[in-house]
Design a binder for this molecule. Structure first.
Ligand code: FES
Ligand code: FES
Length: 240
């Protein structure tokens, strides 16, 4: 037996004492670790939001959003509203004025279902705030026509079967009406052959390009194009 080993009678050799002191340190650090862990475990759990709230003094809490007075002129009627600044025009129309014809689909400017006219221009109402349209003249599908007196674009969509489920149709019709005025005004599109021409010829390619911001999940595009082309043809005839 080596001189630094524990002897058979249990007497520690100098080497064995060294290992015992190392073991004591290990036990102590293990005990400290367990004490720290139990202290952490005994701390009441607070969700992140509550924890930050607990750390905040009342002065640091955010104020509730204040409301602003907004006057919207919608379909010829004036509406005085108190709205939070974060309310989109789409939500103001649907939730505050009950005009459910304007549809919410993507709510992020990708489908055109929420298209309305603001001062004669088509916009995605989900991408703009209601407070930005204080005093603007707004037209939604409810102001385009009535069942007894359909707008020519509405009548064309029916005549050419330009819809299936109809969810995208209010946005398609508002967009198509504004698009015809844009073309009449001489606005060029990405497929316009001569951008300097006074009036673009609204062939199928032009209509498809200019209506590309309005998606139809039912795929009614061929008939939508026919419907718009029929109205554009009438307008071309009227202009010449
Ligand atoms: S709901 Fe506004 S663009 Fe889709
Ligand atoms: S008719 Fe159904 S989404 Fe266009």
């Amino acid at each position: 037996m080596a001189s630094d080993e524990r002897s058979a009678n249990g007497v520690n050799t100098p080497g064995a004492e060294h290992r015992d002191s190392t073991g004591d340190k290990a036990r102590q650090s293990r005990r400290k670790f367990l004490q720290s862990a139990s202290a952490i475990m005994s701390t009441p759990f607070l969700p992140a939001s509550n924890a930050s709230a607990a750390a905040s003094t009342p002065e640091q809490l955010p104020n509730p959003p204040s409301t602003r007075s907004v006057t919207l002129h919608v379909n010829g009627e004036q509406h005085a509203l108190l709205l939070e600044p974060r309310v989109t025009l789409l939500d103001a129309l649907r939730e505050h004025l009950g005009l459910l014809g304007t549809k919410k689909a993507c709510d992020r400017g990708q489908c055109g279902a929420c298209t309305v006219l603001a001062n004669g221009r088509r916009i995605n109402s989900c991408l703009t705030l209601a407070v930005m349209h204080d005093g603007d003249e707004l037209i939604t599908i409810e102001g385009i026509g009535t069942p007894e007196h359909l707008h020519p674009m509405q009548a064309a969509f029916i005549a050419y079967d330009g819809f299936q489920c109809g969810y995208c149709t209010p946005g398609q019709i508002c967009s198509a009406i504004a698009m015809l005025y844009e073309a009449q005004r001489g606005d060029a599109s990405a497929v316009t052959a001569d951008a300097r021409a006074a009036n673009a010829v609204l062939n199928d390619d032009e209509i498809r390009e200019r209506m590309s911001g309005n998606l139809c999940r039912c795929g009614a595009y061929p008939n939508i194009v026919k419907a718009i082309a029929s109205v554009a043809g009438k307008k071309s005839g009227e202009r010449s």
